[in-house]
Write a protein that binds this ligand. Structure first.
Ligand code: NAD
Length: 311
């Protein structure tokens, strides 16, 4: 009986997350902060310059409009989200009440390690630290965290409000209770929590997606078929709404180009050919995907959305 009481008490304590600090207010940090505030938590956002915080404020307004359009959010919900957000340029001030932190700073191991050393000095002793890093494994950063058992990844997808997965992945030293608490937290902010039980570069989504996109690039650059034919084949054959090249346009050609360059540098001959094809036909011509109005398709009305495309 007393064990049960202790357990319930522990669970209540561990899930007593009220205040969240989001570190870094770039592409993903703003989305994460807004989503968490939208779900009723008090959120402090922290970045290194006032300009970034000012930009974040503008972005939150834009996200409100997007939420109204995409998920039928009401004016009250949007105002509520904004009212839950405060801003800080001082790390110690930003995290003084944080029960959980969500970090979205640049994808550099040195920057992240340095940040976690600083954060460990000023955060509450029982705070949970989460990273949104897409490619750096938690175990690579855990050595810079004072309480590594309270550190793990909570990884979001771009367009968090509709592509709402929260991939939760610890390192070998993460406390299982913290892992479960973060799964619960992810659910509470309307993510579908995805438990990843072993460190895996790329989590689940990118472990599946990256080889798929690499294969598409190699088929095209190797002269096997053109991008529209490859997309069409995938869409009809797998009953999919879009093919790999439509996805690359969304992600951005620059990212795919960088990934292909890394593959080429590791000795992959197909990738070496693909690097040149991508550079000559897309990168040098500023056809970088939706962001520049053209990539493999022209926007706003890409061919793959044409009803005749699959005929
Ligand atoms: P971004 O460049 O848009 O934003 C990074 C922000 O961090 C900037 O506002 C920058 O000023 C700030 N920053 C830099 N150093 C800082 C520090 N020491 N303390 C606080 N803030 C600092 O980057 P992003 O695309 O939002 O990516 C951030 C993280 O999220 C990366 O780890 C990335 O892997 C991950 N992620 C990105 C995406 C994506 O689609 N962009 C998706 C999932 C995960």
């Amino acid at each position: 009986m007393s064990f049960l009481f202790a357990f319930i008490n522990y669970k209540t304590n561990i899930m007593n997350i009220k205040n969240v600090t989001v570190i870094g207010t770039g592409v993903l940090g703003t989305q994460i902060a807004y989503q968490i505030a939208f779900c009723g938590y008090k959120v402090t956002v922290y970045d290194v310059t006032q300009k970034n915080l000012d930009n974040a404020k503008v972005r939150f307004k834009e996200l409100g409009e997007i939420y109204k359009k995409d998920i039928a959010a009401t004016n009250e919900q949007v105002d509520f989200a904004i009212s839950n957000i405060s801003y800080s340029l001082d790390l110690a001030e930003a995290v003084k009440d944080a029960d959980l932190t969500s970090e979205s700073i640049p994808e550099s191991l040195d920057i992240k390690k340095d940040f976690y050393t600083q954060l460990s000095k000023v955060a509450k002793p029982d705070a949970i630290f989460t990273t949104n890093s897409s490619t750096l494994l938690p175990s690579k950063m855990a050595g810079s965290v004072e309480k590594p058992e309270r550190f793990l990844a909570l990884h979001f997808a771009n367009n968090i409000w509709k592509q709402n997965i929260g991939e939760v992945m610890g390192h070998a030293g993460t406390d299982p209770k913290i892992f479960n608490a973060v799964l619960d937290f992810a659910k509470s902010i309307r993510m579908v929590p995805i438990a990843i039980h072993k460190e895996q570069p790329g989590y689940i989504v990118n472990s599946l997606q990256v080889p798929f996109l690499n294969a598409a690039i190699d088929l095209y650059a190797g002269g096997v078929a053109d991008p529209e034919t490859i997309d069409k084949t995938w869409m009809i054959g797998l009953n999919a709404v879009k093919g790999p090249f439509a996805s690359i346009d969304i992600i951005g050609l620059t990212t795919l180009y960088n990934v292909t360059k890394l593959r080429a540098e590791s000795g992959d001959e197909k990738a070496a050919i693909a690097v040149q094809v991508l550079k000559d036909n897309f990168i040098d011509k500023n056809k970088l995907g939706i962001a520049t109005g053209e990539g493999f398709y022209k926007y706003p009305n890409p061919r793959y959305m044409d009803p005749d495309f699959l005929k």
